[in-house]
Write a protein that binds this ligand. Structure first.
Ligand code: ZN
Length: 296
């Protein structure tokens, strides 16, 4: 796939859905391009997530990326003393509008915070239940089942990939890597194509190796490969918020360089016949805590 950027848009929070999604839709429409939104539809307990992670490495990342500026002050309290608000219940219309504008919808999480922290250690039944609740809610909102899913924080193991086969996903984007592949588990090839994210995210690189807001776009553009598929993840909370002007400039520059911006669904359609088999492993990843799913 020459000069192609597949755009994955993660939506993790109540605020990101309420404010970031429509802001991103406007920017995408300006350049007449579409992306794949991955929605979290259950309770927003990200505040609990932030408190739980109050340790030096995380604090440093908060300072490095100005998390309060990115996520807004209320996120720090959300879900700490009371159950977080249900995203799908309040923002169904926002989700539907993004899709009627030609974008694609995928499933990200029921409870993003909970899934990111616990999904990989759950029993099969608990994992299945966590996915079912979210997929059912998103299906209710969309009026049809989502065509794909994306594991929160790229925390995905083989058990999760196997359970996903029970859902009507055509493809998934659960790992970081180089090119789409069909995961093989216990010598069996899975039917759902895996589309790895090939580029780093904003919060992974900002403040590292001299990357600042003023040279971030140049850095991202320098990582693009002309002859291979590029898969970029942005966040409704970041690129749909404080970083919106920067993302607008990125799309302008990328399209001027001749790159086409597409949904992950169109990649799956193009590569479903030809993608090779591959392996997914758990490994540490630059700019992230713990281990995450990586193409072997
Ligand atoms: Zn996420």
């Amino acid at each position: 796939m020459k000069k192609t950027i597949a755009l994955r848009i993660d939506v993790d929070t109540f605020r990101g859905t309420g404010r970031g999604v429509s802001a991103l839709c406007e920017i995408l429409a300006k350049y007449r391009v579409q992306g794949t939104f991955y929605f979290s539809v259950g309770p927003d307990n990200m505040g609990r997530h932030l408190w739980r992670l109050l340790k030096p490495a995380f604090l440093w990342k908060m300072l490095r990326t100005n998390a309060a500026g990115l996520y807004g002050p209320e996120i720090v309290l959300m879900g700490t003393a009371w159950p977080g608000p249900r995203i799908g219940k309040h923002h169904a219309e926002v989700i539907r509008q993004a899709i009627s504008a030609g974008n694609e919808a995928g499933f990200h999480a029921w409870d993003h915070h909970y899934a990111q922290a616990h999904l990989m250690t759950m029993t099969c039944d608990a994992m299945r239940k966590e996915l079912s609740r979210g997929v059912e809610e998103l299906t209710r909102i969309l009026g049809k089942a989502p065509a794909s899913s994306a594991a929160p924080g790229w925390r995905a193991n083989e058990q999760l990939l196997k359970i996903k086969q029970e859902f009507p996903f055509l493809y998934n984007t659960d790992c970081r890597g180089r090119a789409p592949f069909y995961p093989v588990i216990d010598e069996k090839k899975l039917e759902q194509l895996q589309i790895p994210v090939t580029l780093p995210t904003y919060d992974e690189v900002l403040g590292r190796d001299g990357v600042t807001d003023s040279n971030y776009n140049d850095y991202q553009l320098s990582l693009l490969k002309e002859d291979e598929l590029n898969v970029l993840t942005i966040h409704a909370e970041a690129e749909g918020g404080r970083c919106a002007p920067m993302f607008d400039a990125y799309l302008k520059a990328a399209t001027e360089k001749g790159y086409r911006i597409v949904t992950l669904g169109s990649v799956a359609e193009e590569l479903s016949e030809t993608a090779p088999e591959g392996k997914m492993v758990l490994a540490p990843f630059p700019g992230r805590e713990g281990v995450l799913a990586v193409q072997a």
